[in-house]
Design a protein around this ligand. Structure first.
Ligand code: AMP
Length: 185
């Protein structure tokens, strides 16, 4: 978990590879659907372009299906999910049904102003439709309102691992794997 631009996607892929589990990114799943103009993609394209959240019913169903895929049987890393209280509850429900549980929640921490700068740079490089100044501001607000408060829930459950998100990709990955290894030791 972490605010837009903190490097969740990049780190999720590296960490998942390190532990030999799939990285499941709801953002990537939505983007692929938008790209392929599937019915789901057509439904979520505008929501994403505005920097708003896709409704929980849609997002929860996608994660439920994805976690049931064979490659997720021995573990997974969720990137960008859960993002709302409803999603936390939905994930709890899915995991209870399958007798699994979250081992740890990684929170990547960084200064918001720096992240906005980083996102604007990424917009230039990747041309993402949800990376213009207005959308970025909206995504930050939505994160602060809907998602940041969820960290307290996982802290209370003793699952939260906070990691400084600033540094090179390698530095941050090293911090995360060290924190996770310490956490589970
Ligand atoms: P991300 O790549 O994780 O930043 O996600 C990009 C966009 O996809 C977000 O700004 C949302 O519009 C949508 N999205 C991704 N994950 C979720 C989620 N868990 N709940 C709602 N919307 C999401």
């Amino acid at each position: 978990m972490g605010p837009p631009g903190v490097g969740k996607g990049t780190q999720a892929k590296g960490i998942a590879e390190h532990y030999g589990i799939p990285a499941i990114s709801t953002g990537d799943i939505f983007r692929a659907n938008v790209r392929n103009q599937t019915p789901l993609g057509l439904e979520v394209a505008r929501i994403m372009a505005e920097g708003a959240y896709v409704p929980d019913e849609i997002t929860d169903a996608i994660v439920r299906d994805r976690l049931a895929e064979p490659d997720a049987a021995d573990g997974w890393l969720l990137d960008g999910y859960p993002r709302t209280l409803g999603q936390v509850e939905a994930l709890d429900g899915v995991l209870a049904e399958t007798g699994t549980a979250v081992d740890a929640v990684i929170s990547l921490v960084a200064d918001t102003d720096l992240l906005i700068e980083r996102l604007l740079k990424r917009a230039e490089l990747e041309g993402r439709a949800d990376d213009n100044a207005e959308t970025i501001a909206n995504r930050m607000t939505v994160y602060a309102d809907a998602t940041d408060p969820l960290l307290a829930i996982y802290a209370e459950r003793g699952l939260l691992v906070e990691v400084d998100g600033l540094g090179t990709i390698e530095e941050v990955q090293e911090r995360i794997t060290r924190a996770l290894d310490d956490f589970s030791a």
